[in-house]
Design a protein. Structure first.
Length: 410
């Protein structure tokens, strides 16, 4: 009897559980179905356009003088005068008097030399007269027979003529030393330093000061080997005069007093070897009339700013011209195993294309126009994963992106 009760109780519990389960199943909530939306990345794109590009090579260097000279004394004496043109920083023209050395002793040497020259010329005249007399006596006695050298007084004449030549050399040297008592400028330039002053004593070889020319200045510009192909550098084979500056042209610039000033110049030559330490090729840029003391050279006078010796400047060298160049942001380049590619936006999908990079310039890359069509959209947004034909949304299309989406693509 107890077993029957247990079976009955178990059946009742099972029946009640089944009923509750059915009620729960019958009253379950029905899930609402939603359409599946594919996630399309949001990208930004820029339009490409090919054009003829002129390359520019950038460098920097320090302005230096074309010609520098150390002025030394060629005579010995007391310094009587130093002119205002011989002050440090002063400008001077070719032939201007810079300093004057006491010339009394050299004036006396000139007088003494001229006296010796007059004596030698008198002796020569006497020897000539004696030779003529001797030849006349010989002809009366011997007719047309040639007279011996001693009879014709030829050795005496040669000695007298040599004495005259030596006396003239002494006079010329004395006059030259007298001229050297006046120190004159060898060219138009500026005074860098002065080592003597009035009242000082100078001997032969004493450094009096240093000068530099100002007709033009030069800047030594290092150029990387990769940049050489983009500019026509002078080969140095033409050794003619540089009356007209050759190409390529160069623009030098420097910030002075908060204002950027520029000067126009030209590359006139390159150095004959590659720097072993930096592996750079050095080109020499020349700027005419840097101080604006000659005919107007354009920028120097127009801006009223001189290009001083020792000024550090930046240079932009005008290079070669190449047609069919497309400028693209460097962010648009995709580095792949096979090289660099770019992504193009076409009707909501991505299309990839190989590019031939000609040169990288700061934030841009220059590529050849291999298959590009003006107006094509180049994707510049970074994409961690992409594939050919992948669907994307363009941030610039109206209604294709919300303001939040646009902010994500920046």
């Amino acid at each position: 009897m107890s077993v029957l009760r247990q079976v009955t109780a178990s059946s009742i519990v099972i029946a009640i559980g089944g009923a509750l389960g059915y009620l729960i199943y019958a009253n379950r909530p029905v899930p609402q179905s939603k359409p599946v939306v594919a996630h399309e990345p949001l990208v930004r794109a820029v339009r490409v356009e090919s054009h003829t590009h002129r390359f520019a090579v950038r460098s920097r260097g320090t302005v230096r003088a074309r010609t520098e000279s150390q002025i030394v004394s060629e005579v010995t004496g007391r310094v009587l005068e130093c002119t205002p043109a011989f002050e440090v920083g002063a400008f001077f023209e070719q032939g201007d008097l810079l300093a004057r050395i006491e010339a009394v002793d050299y004036e006396l040497e000139v007088v003494r030399g001229r006296a010796a020259l007059a004596s030698a010329e008198t002796a020569l005249a006497q020897r000539v007269a004696e030779a003529e007399t001797a030849l006349a006596d010989w002809k009366r006695e011997h007719g047309e027979d040639p007279a011996p050298p001693l009879v014709a007084r030829k050795p005496q004449l040669e000695e007298a003529r040599a004495a005259v030549a030596a006396a003239r050399g002494v006079v010329a040297r004395a006059e030259r030393d007298l001229e050297r008592c006046e120190i004159r400028a060898p060219y138009r330039g500026r005074v860098r330093a002065r080592n003597v002053d009035r009242g000082g004593f100078a001997t032969r070889g004493t450094p009096l000061g240093s000068l530099y020319a100002i007709d033009f200045v030069e800047v030594r510009l290092p150029i990387a080997p990769d940049d050489v192909a983009f500019v026509d550098l002078p080969s140095g084979l033409n050794r003619g005069a540089t009356a007209s500056l050759p190409t390529p042209t160069v623009t030098l610039s420097a910030v002075i007093g908060g204002t950027r000033h520029t000067w126009d110049g030209a590359i006139v030559r390159t150095e004959g070897e590659i720097d072993l330490r930096t592996r750079m090729i050095h080109a020499i840029a020349r700027v005419e009339d840097p101080y604006g003391v000659g005919p107007d050279n354009g920028h120097a006078h127009g801006q009223g700013q001189v290009l001083a010796i020792g000024q550090f400047v930046e240079a932009e060298i005008v290079g070669k011209t190449m047609p069919g160049i497309v400028r693209i942001p460097r962010a648009a380049l995709r580095d792949t195993v096979d090289g660099f590619r770019v992504l193009l936006y076409e009707d909501g999908t991505l299309r990839s294309r190989d590019v031939n990079i000609v040169r990288r310039e700061r934030d841009e890359a220059l590529v050849t126009n291999d298959g590009f069509v003006d107006g094509e959209r180049l994707v510049v947004s970074p994409l961690e994963v992409w594939s050919e034909g992948m669907r994307v949304r363009l941030a610039d299309d109206e209604g294709s992106a919300t303001d939040a989406d646009r902010e994500k693509t920046r």
